[in-house]
Design a protein around this ligand. Structure first.
Ligand code: ATP
Ligand code: MG
Length: 369
């Protein structure tokens, strides 16, 4: 069992609450990502799991053993925790070649030479760096250095991997490459992995489950799909998704037994078919949230009920185009596949896909439907 359990973990730095009574169970073999803005407590949480930081309060267990508990007076050192790390700066030794960088940790574990040689060969193959063993870090590209750091972590053959923003120093193309390497590797090795990033795309692509954090607390713990489609609150809705989710202030009015309309300052949208609309209290101040791909844009009025907008900006990026459209007091971003040609200020018809509509309470910011 390589499950990790955090119960009511807090970390105070003076008056700063870096982590605030956080409880979390990381399942065996799971790829779990801590996602959140700068300063929300991701690194602190990871370092407490690693044993590099002592919690002010709470208990940490792994492999059904207590690793840290202040009340029970238990503290297991990082070395005894048997976890592999990879940090943001990959921390390769510049004066040692690739092989030496990998073997250093294994030699300190006093493993037999033959076993060390076999492991090095195996991990270098896994990260496709077989031919680079004799090179020094300065003779490698950023991505290659990253792979060596990864190889070093795998070579430890621990069942738990902890990674803190391991891809943040790479350029965009390499990052995409390394994402698939990491994902493939996780499927191959099945090590329980805790991964830290502030990049929502990275979290969505890699994780089995995502913990969205803000100010030291968990805002939502869920699968990438749920985080994206059913964000529990406005914070998660706004933090995940690109372009950001469209939000429009208004209220829902009941028009008949099965007929509901969303009314904002400057538009009326039929929301009769929105999931859970019947749960909404009439006239409750709320925000309608809809992702850019759940809006479609048309040059002419069609059969679906549409709202006229005027084109403010068209942003093509090859595979898709984002169109910013405005009307009196509202602005939306619409995502369409491929290219879209349009004139500035041209009037277009925007259709809201009711399957993608979410309602958030304006005051509590919680999801209502
Ligand atoms: N050693 C420290 N002393 C004092 N405050 C600290 C220390 N380490 C972290 N903090 C504070 O704790 C909070 C959480 O920091 P943490 O490094 O965990 O954030 P993070 O989510 O990893 O952010 P980032 O995305 O910027 O790496 C921040 O407010 C930070 O300033
Ligand atoms: Mg950090």
């Amino acid at each position: 069992m390589n499950k990790i359990e955090l119960s009511n973990i807090s970390k105070l730095y003076g008056k700063v609450k870096a982590v605030d009574r956080l409880s979390l169970e990381i399942k065996q073999g799971e790829f779990l990502t801590l996602l959140g803005p700068s300063g929300c407590g991701k690194t602190t949480t990871l370092r407490m799991i690693a044993g590099l930081e002592e919690p002010t309060d709470g208990e940490i267990m792994a492999q059904q053993k207590i690793l840290h508990s202040k009340s029970k007076g238990v503290y297991v050192t990082p070395e005894q925790r048997n976890m592999g790390f990879m940090f943001q700066s990959y921390a390769l030794w510049p004066h040692m070649n690739v092989v030496k960088n990998i073997t250093l940790g294994l030699e300190s574990q006093k493993l037999p030479k033959q076993e060390i040689d076999e492991r090095v060969k195996k991990v270098l193959k896994q990260v496709q760096m077989e031919d680079y063993g004799a090179r020094y870090p300065s003779e490698l590209s950023g991505g290659q250095q990253q792979r060596v750091a990864l190889a070093r972590m795998i070579a430890s053959e621990t069942d738990i991997f902890l990674m803190d923003e391991p891809l943040s120093n790479l350029d965009a193309l390499l990052r995409v490459d390394m994402r698939s390497e990491l994902k493939h590797l996780h499927k191959t090795l099945n090590a329980t992995t805790v991964y830290v990033t502030h990049d929502q795309i990275e979290a969505l692509t890699l994780s089995d489950r995502i913990v969205v954090m803000n100010k030291g607390v968990i805002m939502q713990l869920d699968t990438p799909e749920m985080i994206y489609h059913k964000p529990k609150n406005l914070f998660v809705a706004k933090f995940v998704g690109s372009p950001p989710i469209n939000l429009i202030k208004g209220v829902v009015k009941k028009e008949g037994s099965d007929s509901f309309t969303f009314i904002s300052n400057d538009m009326r949208i039929d929301v009769s078919k929105v999931d859970g609309v019947k749960k909404i209290t009439e006239n409750q101040p709320l925000l309608l949230g809809v992702r850019a791909e759940n809006l479609s844009i048309h040059k002419k009025k069609g059969e679906d009920k549409s709202v006229p907008f005027s084109v403010y900006a068209v942003l093509p990026s090859g595979s898709e185009t984002i169109i910013t459209a405005r009307r009196e007091t509202s602005e939306v971003m619409v995502k369409v596949p491929g290219f879209f040609s349009s004139q500035l200020d041209e009037t277009v018809e925007v259709v809201f896909d009711q399957k993608g509509i979410l309602f958030f309470d304006e005051k509590s910011e919680q999801l209502l439907n």
